[in-house]
Ligand binder design. Sequence first.
Ligand SMILES: Cc1cc2nc3c(=O)[nH]c(=O)nc-3n(C[C@H](O)[C@H](O)[C@H](O)COP(=O)(O)OP(=O)(O)OC[C@H]3O[C@@H](n4cnc5c(N)ncnc54)[C@H](O)[C@@H]3O)c2cc1C
Length: 277
Amino acid sequence: MIQEYLVATDTEDALKLKRNKNKSVFYAGGTEINRLNSKVDAKVAISLAKLGLDTITDEGSYIRIGSMVTLQKLVESALVPQWLKDAALFCGSFTRRNMATIGGNLALMSDQSYLAPALLASRCRLLTANLTEGGAYSEDNIPIREYHAYHQQFSGTLILAISLSKDSRYVGTKRFSNSAQNSAAVTVGFGATQDNEQVIDHVRVFTAVHGSSVQRLNAIENAIENGELTTPADVQLAVHQAVAALDDFVGSSAYKRYIASEGLAQLFAEFLKGGAK
Ligand SMILES: Cc1cc2nc3c(=O)[nH]c(=O)nc-3n(C[C@H](O)[C@H](O)[C@H](O)COP(=O)(O)OP(=O)(O)OC[C@H]3O[C@@H](n4cnc5c(N)ncnc54)[C@H](O)[C@@H]3O)c2cc1C
């Protein structure tokens, strides 16, 4: 439970406060931090509200989305691609969309993440800030797959912004739950490019599975790129075998593997038909 609320004056200040205060967290929208039975266990909140990270800007070849941009602002922005608006709308509550941020959602990398499967499928990059062991301030620009693969190591890292390339990549996402307000059993994200010779490249296949984790299905990505999986039915069968899932109150492991494979097969079919970019 939060007992102390500090407002960082700049990004370096936020990182220093985080390092120096025991049991502290960056405070973005606060929707997870204040959530009943939240897994975020913190006593000190370091507000990011004054850091100017809440804008979406057109940078020519890419769009820069500040980490404090809310899910509702994503939905309302003319710069944001439809697949990211779709993912933001997975949060069915308008009130929560108005508070929850893209940075907070990514940092959680939860097993029911609204945005992570789509953002990972998009191959976006993250602009991050850190303190070295000696305390020097540094910024970095990393591929999102790295943030996912080494998520634990990024626990002290501050996400400054998300950088989305304006290339003609297909990205699609789907969420499966009993209702918008219920926990998702599975959320999937698929992204790929296809050139004029129909060569499929840069495939990304991710799924968040309740009770498990956000999983990258590398073998499926490679098999699609190598031409071993060519139809949605091929993809469905392969995903069904590759996904890790457990039985829990949201559904059985068999159901989760089925629904993940069905969702990804549907997205692959949409991609093959030249679906919206
Ligand atoms: C009823 C309810 C249901 C929910 N259901 C879902 C769901 O189905 N799917 C889902 O994804 N989420 C769900 N959430 C959680 C939450 O609303 C979202 O994940 C939200 O996007 C978190 O963003 P936030 O800005 O509120 O994060 P906060 O609560 O402010 O922070 C969450 C974590 O992210 C860290 N953080 C925040 N910003 C940054 C940053 N810029 N850099 C590094 N670390 C940062 C914080 O330190 C903290 O550890 C639910 C919450 C509630 C209350």
